[in-house]
Design a binder for this molecule. Structure first.
Ligand SMILES: Cc1cc2nc3c(=O)[nH]c(=O)nc-3n(C[C@H](O)[C@H](O)[C@H](O)COP(=O)(O)OP(=O)(O)OC[C@H]3O[C@@H](n4cnc5c(N)ncnc54)[C@H](O)[C@@H]3O)c2cc1C
Length: 498
């Protein structure tokens, strides 16, 4: 019997599995397909997701297979004018990953799978979830394992099985929203001659039609995306058909497609659940919310669902209060609702306007949980003038100097201290002694003038001397206390202990 059974080895399930496994939780992850899925699919990784990858130990692999800040050019074929979409985002001391990264989804999943293997977890392929029943302590799933019906029991079950989620259906959770059959995107991986790989290019006819070709880093392919007219009957497996769409939309005939690989038809679906949980069963990723690909939000939101739920399940399995799990839906459901609205607006902009606006909200660095019961600030409201607030993402800070008597000084960043499954206590004060708790893994960083010689840490947090900041394992600020710090930290952790 595993601690957690995860259904679905897409990005959400893999992110959850990594987050749990690094905390020593036993994970069983099943996948209906017989092998990892091919295809570029979600190719946009947002800066906040890159920070998650930094924490989970896969950032180097992901960066090596992707390209940051790829320029996007849009040509209006009616007027033959080209302009660049969006503005470049440069890293800052508090935001080391400022721009989106383009990388095929199968590469991202490959990075997760390699990390999981390091953590001793392998995906069980060709195992299809059918149904479940649960008691007060256990959930038992019936599965088809290589064609044979079996049961798997676990303390918790998480459905990360995509938009058509069988776990969601088995739990009786409705998927509320709309499907727009008329809004369809053809997406295909192709080889391209006659176009350089320096930029993502789009052609628009000014009447709502567009076609795009984005070079896929670490491959020789491009991802082609085009919006189909409502009466178009697409032939997804025909290269001449797709070439015809490109020629007609781009008004060019010197760009030659070949070697059609993965292709798919996407229909506009805007749906989400009203609850992320039924007893011992949770939903994450597309199983809980689906939205247009515009703005590259879907996969990122699913990964961050898994990351949010992962540390909470691990803490509860190690003895924290089960009430902690209620905060998963409270924190993540409003994020999904915001993403549904943002991505739908961006898709409508893409369809209806000549200028495609990129919105800084798509970077997801502003995602936070200020109204969560896990976000606490003991300062008087009028004193909360620092740079950061409880519930914000914890900003990074470079130039931290660690000196020991026995070796040369080492320079590192705050994210180096945060990496791992622990809480981090930043003490801008003398010292706070935290009483041990069975579920608690905590590291304390004393912010001295020697450590923060560059001043980036104090600048990023903007707090006066005497303050403490408690950072959660998922890199969000749980507590800021300015006075009575010892008692504030103990009271915060006592509540998590239940
Ligand atoms: C054309 C297109 C472009 C996109 N572009 C972007 C983008 O640029 N950026 C972005 O962020 N998102 C994008 N998305 C969305 C993105 O692909 C999804 O949001 C993402 O894959 C969802 O991840 P997931 O893990 O929740 O679900 P999935 O990736 O769907 O994974 C679910 C897994 O569960 C498995 N499964 C299903 N049923 C069962 C069962 N009964 N038993 C066992 N296993 C099961 C499936 O086989 C699958 O592997 C795009 C989507 C499309 C279609």
């Amino acid at each position: 019997m595993a601690d957690v059974l995860i259904v679905g080895a897409g990005p959400a399930g893999l992110a959850l599995a990594c987050t749990l496994a690094r905390s020593g939780v036993s994970v069983h992850i099943i996948e209906a397909q017989t092998a990892p899925a091919p295809g570029s699919r979600a190719k946009g990784l947002q800066p906040r997701t890159l920070e998650v990858f930094d924490d989970l130990g896969i950032i180097e692999t992901v960066l090596s297979h992707g390209r940051l800040a790829i320029p996007i050019y849009s040509t209006d074929t009616a007027t033959d004018t080209t302009h660049r979409i969006g503005k470049p985002h440069e890293p800052t001391p508090s935001t080391p990953y400022a721009a989106s990264l383009v990388s095929p989804q199968w590469r991202t999943e490959g990075a997760f799978l390699a990390r999981l293997a390091e953590l001793g977890v392998t995906v069980s392929y060709n195992v299809k979830f059918l149904s479940f029943h649960q008691s007060e302590t256990t959930v038992t799933a019936t599965v088809l394992d290589n064609g044979e019906e079996k049961t798997i029991s676990a303390s918790w079950l998480v459905g990360c099985d995509g938009g058509h989620s069988s776990v969601r259906r088995a739990a009786g959770i409705p998927f509320l929203g709309e499907t727009f059959e008329d809004v369809r995107l053809l997406v295909a991986d192709v080889h391209v001659e006659g176009l350089d790989r320096e930029a993502w290019r789009m052609w628009r006819d000014g009447k709502g039609g567009f076609i795009g070709l984005c070079p896929l880093p670490s491959t020789e392919e491009f991802q082609l995306q085009t919006l189909l007219l409502p009466d178009e009957r697409p032939d997804l497996s025909s290269l001449p058909y797709i070439q015809g769409l490109l020629n007609a939309q781009s008004k060019r005939n010197d760009i030659i497609l070949s070697q059609l690989g993965w292709s798919s038809l996407w229909r506009e679906n805007v749906r989400m659940v009203a609850t992320y949980r039924s007893g011992r069963v949770f939903l994450a990723g597309d199983a809980a919310h689906v939205h247009p690909p515009a703005g590259g939000q879907g996969m990122n939101t699913g990964i961050q669902d898994g990351y949010n739920l992962g540390w909470k399940l691990a803490a509860v399995l190690h003895g924290a209060s089960p009430a902690l799990l209620d905060t998963y839906e409270k924190e993540r459901l409003p994020v999904a609702a915001g993403v549904l609205s943002l991505s739908t607006t961006l898709l409508n902009d893409t369809i209806s306007t000549v200028t495609i606006a990129r919105d800084d909200r798509t970077l997801q660095l502003g995602v936070g949980y200020p109204t969560s019961s896990l976000s606490r600030d003991t300062r008087e409201v009028h004193l909360r003038q620092g740079t950061v607030q409880a519930g914000n993402r914890a900003p990074d800070a470079p130039g931290l100097v660690i000196s020991t008597q026995s070796s040369d000084a080492t320079v590192c960043r705050l994210f180096d201290f945060l990496r791992g499954d622990h809480f981090t206590l930043l003490c801008f004060t003398e010292t706070v002694d935290v009483a041990p708790r069975p579920w608690l893994h905590i590291k304390t960083v004393h912010v001295t003038d020697e450590l923060d010689a560059s001043g980036h840490l104090r600048a990023a947090y903007g707090l006066s001397d005497g303050a403490v900041v408690l950072i959660r394992p998922d890199g969000y600020i749980g507590l800021i206390a300015q006075e009575g710090c010892q008692a504030a930290v103990e009271s915060y952790l006592d509540e998590l202990s239940g």
